[in-house]
Design a protein around this ligand. Structure first.
Ligand code: MTE
Ligand code: MO
Length: 365
């Protein structure tokens, strides 16, 4: 049986872009090298959260079951790939079904490791269902060595290998995503599609630059083409004069961030925490702020042509409320002229008062 990760003849090339093929005998160890130390408790695997019935199995029980073999290619984000690795284990789908499957509202799956840093990764439930990952105990005919996740790891086809947690201990179904270690702390892309080269949160960053960006929380002056910074904690981010066209900051924590002079045209800032953030003279044309918290934010001098601060029925996403704004949100009356009448009305309502923020009307002179 071959997983759908391998493209058929005449389709895209088998090796994803900018990957190097390793010989079969080479298998680099990436990330943590051993499971939690000083843990005498018996190894169990649990499925919990948004499921009909949570279940815990002693590892030995799972390992005693009849296994399937799945041949698939492995692509590590650090640019090596291996073809035709034969993993042996149980289909996650079968284990999930034993507890009656996901409960209503389950949308994400978080995989947690029995490791010292509480390592985890996550995927949307729909992708888990489509990719059909394995709970694996062996590779290429031998039990998984400890440094490769033995005795038990996830193997998820079709994603960079950081979506395959080593030393699996818990699988939690969630209504909202919970970013994993690499994705939340170190700037790795949350979708991890090797064919789209989704390595880092921005396309044109390399490992060194993404590391520095996450450590310093600074994007000052950078050109961050294709930035996908969804769900991240970027409190206090410095992003003055950054090129962030089409950037996706949905649900991120950006309290006190400084985007002054930045180009955020068509950026998505929906449901971001933007309290006290600065957008002075930023380009916000076509940017969306539905459900964002803009209390204390300063949008003075920003260009707002086509920007939106809330859904406009019937097209808008009705699940999102309008942006939260109040007297501390700074905007000049003249700036609102650039918004559509529906958006002007929505902002006026959101501001909940006469007059525009900051008492510094741009029309004064
Ligand atoms: N628990 C745990 N799982 C993990 C990691 C980790 O650091 N800790 N690293 C991930 C990364 S980045 C990769 S590429 C693969 C590496 O698996 P390997 O060491 O068996 O090659 O494991 C993934 N799973
Ligand atoms: Mo990786």
């Amino acid at each position: 049986m071959t997983a759908p990760t391998r493209p058929g003849p005449g389709e895209r090339p088998r090796l994803p872009p900018n990957q190097a093929l390793l010989p079969a005998e080479r298998w680099p160890v990436v990330g943590e090298a051993r499971p939690r130390t000083h843990d005498g408790s018996p190894w169990t695997v649990t499925i919990d959260g948004c499921v009909r019935q949570p279940l815990t199995w002693p590892l030995a029980v799972l390992m005693a079951r009849p296994r399937i073999v799945r041949v698939q290619d492995v692509h590590c984000v650090t640019r090596w790939s291996r073809f035709d690795m034969a993993f042996e284990g149980l289909r996650l789908a079968d284990l999930l079904a034993e507890g009656g499957g996901p409960a209503a509202g389950a949308r994400y799956v978080s995989f947690q490791a029995r490791s010292d840093r509480g390592h985890s990764t996550s995927l949307p439930l729909a992708q888990v269902e489509a990719l059909d990952p394995l709970v694996a105990f062996a590779a290429d005919g031998a039990p998984l060595p400890e440094e490769h996740g033995g005795p038990v790891r996830m193997v998820v086809p079709g994603k960079y290998f950081y979506k395959s947690v080593k030393w699996l201990e818990r699988i939690s179904l969630l209504t909202e995503d919970r970013l994993g270690y690499w994705e939340g702390e170190t700037g790795y892309h949350n979708n991890a599609d090797p064919w789209a080269e989704e390595r880092y949160i921005a396309r044109n960053l390399d490992r060194r630059r993404v590391k520095k960006l996450m450590a310093d929380r600074s994007m000052v002056g950078l050109d961050l083409l294709g930035l996908v910074a969804v769900d991240l904690d970027l409190t206090g981010l410095r992003a003055t004069d950054a090129k962030l066209r089409n950037a996706d900051f949905r649900r991120s924590r950006l309290r006190g961030a400084d985007f002054s002079g930045a180009n955020l045209s068509n950026a998505r800032l929906d449901t971001a925490d933007l309290r006290g953030a600065r957008f002075v003279t930023a380009d916000l044309e076509g940017a969306s702020f539905a459900g964002a918290d803009l209390r204390g934010a300063d949008l003075t001098g920003a260009s707002l042509f086509g920007a939106s601060f809330g859904p406009e029925p019937p097209d808008g996403d009705r699940s999102l409320p309008p942006a939260r704004m109040d007297v501390t949100t700074r905007l000049e009356a003249g700036q609102l002229d650039r918004l559509s009448p529906a958006q002007q009305a929505l902002v006026a309502r959101a501001l909940e008062r006469d007059g525009i923020g900051g008492d510094r009307s741009g029309d004064r002179a």
